[in-house]
Design a protein around this ligand. Structure first.
Ligand SMILES: [Zn+2]
Length: 238
């Protein structure tokens, strides 16, 4: 009983390093905030890059407070982290988007099941915060979600090529988009695909190929974290 009460009263641990009883800003201790603010976006590319992968910029490696904050945000419902993480994502987008040109963010879609599990579209929230940040810094910025993701069959037994085809087939252009595209204006300027993590680049490449088929020329991809590529083990990494 006392344990349960304590859980209710004590503030959550730091999302970045799990330290307890620290003053938190956006759910993180001052050490983690400082470490995150010191990150500088860098060009990253998996080896070998999958066909169609655009230029890719990541905020940091998938480790330390960035990994902690991302997991807490995505898997443990710490939605307030969208703001600091979105600000970081904006820094990666800025590397790809020249000033003085409009920039449109395109989120990698989640399946309906993933959105139910996570209580919403975690990437759309991040992108919304990134757009706010970019506008504050003088960009004409917006976000669109032209794709939806269908459940993908288990791909463990598929070849690399078959996986590529399956990934692309699971992405559908929303039917409302034909109407959207007649308004054309938001698609001027720089198109940047955004995602939280890049591993093999397969998802970013599939999204980019799908968008190009629909005549949307992607300039690059911006992600929060880049994982070091491990030996391929099945097809679930993206
Ligand atoms: Zn911390």
């Amino acid at each position: 009983m006392l344990g349960t009460l304590a859980d209710l009263v004590l503030p959550a641990p730091c999302a970045g390093c799990a330290a307890e009883r620290r003053p938190l800003r956006f759910g993180m201790c001052v050490t983690c905030v400082t470490l995150l603010e010191a990150l500088r976006p860098f060009r990253t590319a998996p080896t070998p890059p999958p066909p169609g992968l655009p230029r890719c910029v990541a905020v940091g490696a998938y480790q330390g407070p960035l990994r902690g904050a991302l997991l807490a945000y995505k898997e443990r419902g710490r939605h307030r982290l969208a703001r600091p993480l979105g600000m970081l994502l904006a820094a990666a987008v800025a590397e790809l988007a020249p000033r003085g040109r409009p920039v449109t963010l395109i989120t990698v879609p989640s399946t309906a099941a993933a959105m139910r599990e996570r209580g919403g579209d975690h990437l759309a929230r991040l992108a919304g915060q990134a757009v706010r940040r970019l506008r504050g810094a003088g960009w004409e910025a917006g976000v669109i979600r032209p794709l939806r993701a269908l459940p993908r069959p288990d791909s463990a037994s598929l070849s690399a090529t078959e996986r590529r085809v399956a990934a692309e087939n699971s992405l559908r252009i929303r039917s409302a988009l034909s109407g959207f595209r007649r308004r054309a204006a938001p698609l001027r300027g720089t198109l940047v695909v955004v995602d939280d993590i890049v591993t093999t680049g397969a998802t970013l490449a599939a999204v980019t190929r799908r968008l190009r088929e629909a005549d949307m020329q992607v300039t690059g991809a911006a992600v929060l974290a880049a994982t070091r590529l491990r030996r391929a083990s099945g097809g679930s990494s993206s």
